[in-house]
Design a protein around this ligand. Structure first.
Ligand code: GAL
Length: 396
């Protein structure tokens, strides 16, 4: 009897911790969200058919099984509001509920897009003044993810507090918090993705107002310059990321534009190191075996999805050469060496800065893109071509 009583007392004492523990592991973004988003390839042209096709190919290509489960419709799905203020889809999306059911039937999740302003960035209907109504609508369709893009709310802020940046920033936070509360009220878990391009150092407050991820830069494009600029600008931000709340350097351009295979690997490897959301942005109907291999490399994805959730930091920079490192849950380390230079650069026996990476000379190294063990990290010699990188897992 005594034992039983003690157990109950112990349970009650631990209850608050147990429940907060459950909450954090129940986050819809305990690891960085993975999926596909329509914007980088289809932009304004995306239709219901494109989204279904993306869902089909995520399954057929093995991407879903590698972790890409969100199918996210970006801007331009919105129609008009009716007399009761209920938002309808436009002619490109005949029935969002039916589409959601289709996506769910494939073992995938559906994401959608809106703005705290009266209009979205592409000039469609935003959620301003209809936040709860829209959140309820998304929940009724079965939406699992919302990207909320500042867009015209910048004008609303400027009109309300002309020239007063501090006041405007307060309004912005309140607008994002408002939609967070609206989502909570629906009772349906949705990943909440803040998109306001890093204004007001969003990484410092995004998690407090319920953001699971926050864009921290302007839009990416399918050029190595854009990828390198955004990737390198993440230095110093790792302390703000962790399970449930992530820095978002924008969606992947892997497979888009004229990126070489080295550039695609560098992009994917860097986003993996950065614990960035992995939202493919390419035309999945044009997937080549090489691009599929890059997007579905399990060992690279495992770095991104590591449960410790510690984003990489830059531990060395010299001219175009940078080394980034992150600790992993099993006590090993991931390290990436990048050559951002335009000229061919031959690195022979580059010092991997193992100490700063938290590893020792005698640690074993595995080259994740080559998929092979390369021996003791202390003796590792490498050469890197223009825009090439190497991604190593170091174990004791
Ligand atoms: C931009 C946003 C893009 C895309 C676009 C849609 O503001 O950064 O990722 O969502 O709006 O209009």
């Amino acid at each position: 009897m005594r034992i039983v009583v003690r157990c109950i007392v112990l349970f009650l004492a631990l209850a608050p911790f147990v429940s907060s523990q459950t909450k954090s592991t129940a986050s819809p973004a305990a690891t960085p969200p993975m999926g596909w988003n329509s914007w980088n390839w289809f932009a304004r042209k995306v239709t219901d058919k494109d989204v279904r096709q993306a869902a089909d190919i995520l399954v057929a290509s093995g991407m879903r099984d590698a972790g890409y489960v969100y199918v996210n419709i970006d801007d331009t799905w919105e129609g008009q509001r009716d007399a009761a203020g209920v938002l309808h889809t436009n002619e490109k999306f005949p029935d969002m509920k039916v589409l959601a059911d289709y996506v769910h039937s494939k073992g995938l999740k559906l994401g959608i897009y809106s703005s705290p302003g009266p209009q979205t960035c592409a000039g469609f209907e935003g959620s301003y003044g209809h936040e709860q109504q829209d959140a309820d609508l998304y929940a009724s369709w079965g939406i699992d993810y919302l990207k909320y893009d500042l867009c015209s709310f910048r004008r609303t802020m400027e009109q309300a507090a002309p020239g007063d940046k501090l006041k405007q920033n307060e309004m912005m936070r309140a607008a994002y918090e408002k939609m967070h509360q609206a989502i909570l009220k629906t009772g349906r878990p949705m990943v909440y993705s803040l998109c306001q391009y890093g204004d007001d150092s969003v990484w410092q407050w995004g998690a407090q107002i319920g953001g699971n991820l926050w864009r921290d830069t302007d839009d990416i494009n399918a050029s190595f310059n854009s990828i390198a600029l955004i990737g390198r600008a993440q230095a110093g931000l790792s302390k703000y990321a962790g399970p449930g709340h992530w820095n978002d350097p924008d969606m992947l351009e892997v497979g888009n534009g004229k990126l070489t295979l080295d550039e695609n690997r560098t992009h994917m490897g860097m986003w993996a190191m950065l614990a960035a959301p992995l939202l493919a942005g390419n035309n999945l109907s044009q997937l080549t075996p090489e691009i599929t291999a890059i997007l579905t490399n399990r060992e690279v994805i495992a770095i991104n999805q590591d449960p410790l959730g510690r984003e990489a930091e830059r531990i060395f920079a010299e001219g175009p050469i940078e080394i980034w490192a992150r600790p992993l849950a099993d006590g090993s380390r991931a390290i990436a060496v990048f050559n951002f230079g335009e000229d061919e650069s031959f690195l022979r026996g580059i010092n991997l800065h193992l100490k700063e990476a938290g590893a020792g000379d005698e640690w074993k190294a595995r080259d994740l893109w080559a998929g092979k063990d390369v021996g003791p990290a202390g003796n590792y010699k490498l050469t890197l071509k223009r825009h090439e990188s190497v991604l190593l897992k170091l174990t004791r």
